[in-house]
Structure formats: C-alpha cells, structure tokens
Ligand binder design. Structure first.
Ligand code: FES
Length: 347
C-alpha cells in the first residue's frame, strides 16, 4: 500500500488522490506529508539503491578482512595505540573490522528503509482485541504487499548484496573457535619469577620488606623487572602470569600441607589468577584466611597451601616460595612449582 493510492480510516480503505508530491489524509490533523525524492524521482531511487548495495558489499569486505587478520596477525604482536597504551594487534584489528562489518549492515538497512521502503501515514481506529476475519485477511494482504513494496524480490542487487553480507558474517565466529587451541604446554609453567627476584607493589613498584606487613594485611605485587620486560617485549601476558597476592598471618595460623619453606615469618604469596577459568582474585577474609573468587565463588584457604574449600576450581592456588635477600627485601625463592591459571586442559 502506498500513500498516493489510498488511506485507511476506521478499517475502511479510502482512496487518496495525489496530484503533487504532497499528500494529506482526510480529516487528519497531521502536517502535510511530503514525499521523498526517491518516491518521485527514479534517478534518486536508483542512487539510493546503489548506496545501500555499497554499504552491504563493504560489510562483506570487512568481514573477509577480519578473517584475514585473524590468520595474518600473530597473537603475540603488540602495538602502542595513542591514548590506550600497549594493546594486542590482532584483537584491535578484529574489533575494528568486525565492528565496521556489523555497522555497515545496520546503516545499509536503515538507509534502505528511509529512502526506498514505503513512507505511508495512516490513521487506524481501535476496536475490540479480536479482529474479524475480514480485518485479518486485510492485514495479511498488507503484509504481503509490504513484502513486495520493500523491493526484496525485485531489487536484485540490494537483495544479493545483503544476502552476501549475511552469508559471510558467521565466518569469524567459526574461525574464532580456533582460539580454543593450541594447548599452552609449558607456557603457564614458566613465568618471570626466578630465585632472588624482589617483590614490588602493584602498581606503585615499591620494594617490599617483611616489616611492611601487619598480620591480616594483603598486598598485590609482581616481580621487580616486570615493567622493563613489558616495555622491551610489548607484551602484557607476563603481568597476568606473575601477579601475586602477599598476605601475612602468624606462623601458628599456617596449616600448610606442602611442608616447610614456603613462607617467611608467616608471609605467604599466591598467584592472583583463579584456577577455575582465570579471573583475578582479591577478596580476602582475614579471620578465616579464605580468598574468594568473585566470578564463580571458588574459595581458597590461604592458611592451608591455597587448597580449594568451595566452588568449581579443581586445584589449589599456585604458591610462590618467599625469603629475604641480604638487604632485607622480600624475594622469590624460585618460580611457581605448578602451572598458574585455569586448569581445564588438564582434565
Ligand atoms: S574464575 Fe574463579 S571461580 Fe570461576
């Protein structure tokens, strides 16, 4: 149904005669309805059709680019973005290309609706909720006509370009599944921590001494060389692998099941990364010595070697053995003795 053919009043179809580019509905308080250029000018309609098609085809191009960037840019490639710091290049490229692909499908559809689809104004009086068969049939007829007037069947270039864009859109979802592999092998067994490396506060970078800790206190820390390593390698992975929580309790409160040599006068350190699926943890309840992960409520007992006391985590938090150097600063006595982070690949 187009506005220059009829108007619907009280469910009666009333013909409207159009002699110019303006149409007024009978008895309507609405301002004059001005037809769009594409309604009266076939050249303008053709131009709008081409614009819509270009947007859909550009969307397809960006989807293909996203696929290419997934394979072409190594995951360990990092770049510095002004205002955002160091970031993973493949994530940035995937975000930009996929974002543009979806954006262009959306803008193409909006442009299609605004410029080419019927632009009718109608008045419809409301009756009881149950419609008569006659009305239902007239609605179905309007839907059928709407499908025809949208041009989906007749505007082949628009239809094909849209179908092309939609057909390739699921492709990145399929290839992103490749990120489930490969297995990390030894990558989570080896971190920057080595024997004698000092602990510094995160994020201020201050060296830590045993006297900085009172019983019950908790501090986030990382190795002293982390910033230099990140600058040199443009890589943030080491931060997640080396982040630790350092807490102090009295030596009598420790019930370690790993044996002697893991704490320094009641000061102990654990990986900050949950062994369930890798959320950072920092909710510490110092009376029970329990550490709670906010993601799925896994709870670890820091007084008992970080063992799991509740929740879906399958293994304890990796512990970093601590000591002090000749200047009295807290240092690691070795790397972690077990892999840090999630353990789903080991099951
Ligand atoms: S990530 Fe910690 S409980 Fe799931």
């Amino acid at each position: 149904m187009s506005s220059n053919e009829h108007n619907e009043t009280d469910n009666q179809v009333v013909p409207v005669t159009q002699t110019s580019s303006e149409v007024r509905l009978p008895n309507s308080q609405l301002p004059l309805h001005v037809l769009r250029r594409a309604d009266v000018d076939p050249i303008a309609a053709g131009r709008a059709e081409r614009q819509v098609s270009i947007m859909f085809l550009l969307s397809a191009v960006f989807t293909v680019l996203a696929t290419i960037t997934f394979f072409a840019i190594p995951v360990d490639k990092f770049i510095r973005v002004p205002g955002a710091g160091v970031t993973q290049a493949s994530n940035l490229a995937l975000g930009v290309t996929l974002g543009l692909a979806i954006f262009l499908i959306g803008t193409g559809a909006i442009h299609w609706a605004r410029k080419l689809m019927p632009d009718d104004e109608v008045i419809q009086s409301r009756h009881s909720y149950a419609s008569s068969n006659q009305i239902r049939e007239s609605v179905m007829q309007e839907i059928r006509e709407g499908g025809i007037e949208s041009g989906f069947a007749t505007r082949k270039i628009v239809r094909r370009s849209l179908l092309t864009a939609l057909a390739v859109l699921p492709l990145p979802a399929v290839i992103l599944a490749l990120d489930f592999g490969p297995m990390p092998k030894n990558e989570l067994r080896e971190t920057l921590w080595t024997k004698g490396m000092r602990l510094v506060t995160d994020p201020t970078g201050r060296y830590l001494r045993p006297e900085d800790f009172s019983v019950g206190s908790l501090v986030s820390a990382h190795p002293e060389n982390l910033h230099a390593w990140e600058e040199e390698n443009h890589n943030l992975n080491a931060r997640a692998k080396t982040s630790i929580l350092v807490v102090r309790m009295t030596p009598e409160q420790l019930r370690t099941s790993q044996g002697e040599g893991w704490d320094y006068q009641g000061i102990i350190a654990y990986s900050k990364i949950c062994t369930h699926v890798g959320c950072p943890i920092a909710l510490y309840e110092h009376r029970t010595h329990h550490l709670l992960c906010p993601c799925h409520q896994s709870t670890f007992d820091l007084a008992d070697s970080g063992n799991v006391v509740f929740g879906p985590a399958a293994r304890r938090l990796p512990q970093l053995p601590l000591g002090v150097d000749e200047e009295g600063y807290l240092v690691a006595l070795s790397d972690f003795q077990e892999p840090i982070g999630p353990s789903f690949w080991e099951r």
